[in-house]
Write a protein of this length. Structure first.
Length: 151
């Protein structure tokens, strides 16, 4: 666990269309994570096939890839202590009906295929996803808040 740990968080097409981009960014910002990459992108099916490669044998994979490529998403990298696991906790369960209130999915979603956001499930997947979405690299800068967030 490191204060430099990075996670890939993505607002899905329904999150963009429903105007939830600001809400989702706000939660990561106010929790104390540092934004180190951000873009709005309408990605191709081929790109999502790579992003979701681990799920390629699942029956829902073709529909998932087609849907995710149907509109723009917001791709982000957030850095901070235990960001991968904490990011997943902030997202809630994959099925929004099982997500606790206070989580993003528990507050803004009802169905599995429209659960508003993606978050890396391990440090290894985060590294892969960050390379896939930000081949140009992330942005390095000092956060003036760090000393007020960490002892
Ligand atoms: N998904 C789906 N049907 C399922 C399982 C998952 O449509 O039976 C979708 C859901 O939107 C989920 C995405 O596929 O967010 C990726 O699945 P994963 O198991 O990786 O869940 P996540 O990591 O997003 O919680
Ligand atoms: Mg996943």
């Amino acid at each position: 666990m490191s204060v430099k740990e990075r996670t890939y968080i993505m607002v899905k097409p329904e999150g963009v269309q429903r105007g939830l981009v600001g809400e989702i960014i706000k939660r990561f910002e106010t929790r104390g994570f540092k934004l180190i990459a951000l873009k709005l992108v309408h990605a191709t099916k081929e790109h999502f096939e790579k992003h979701y490669a681990d799920l390629s044998t699942k029956p829902f994979y073709p529909g998932l890839v087609k849907y995710m490529a149907s509109g723009p998403v917001v791709a982000m990298v957030w850095e901070g202590l235990d960001s991968v696991k904490t990011g997943r906790t902030m997202l809630g369960a994959t099925n929004p009906l099982a997500s606790a209130p206070g989580t993003i999915r528990g507050d803004y979603a009802l169905s599995l295929g429209r659960n508003v956001c993606h978050g890396s499930d391990s440090v290894e997947s985060a590294e892969k996803e960050i390379k896939l979405w930000f081949p140009e690299g992330v942005v390095q800068y000092e956060s003036s808040q760090a000393a007020w967030i960490f002892e």
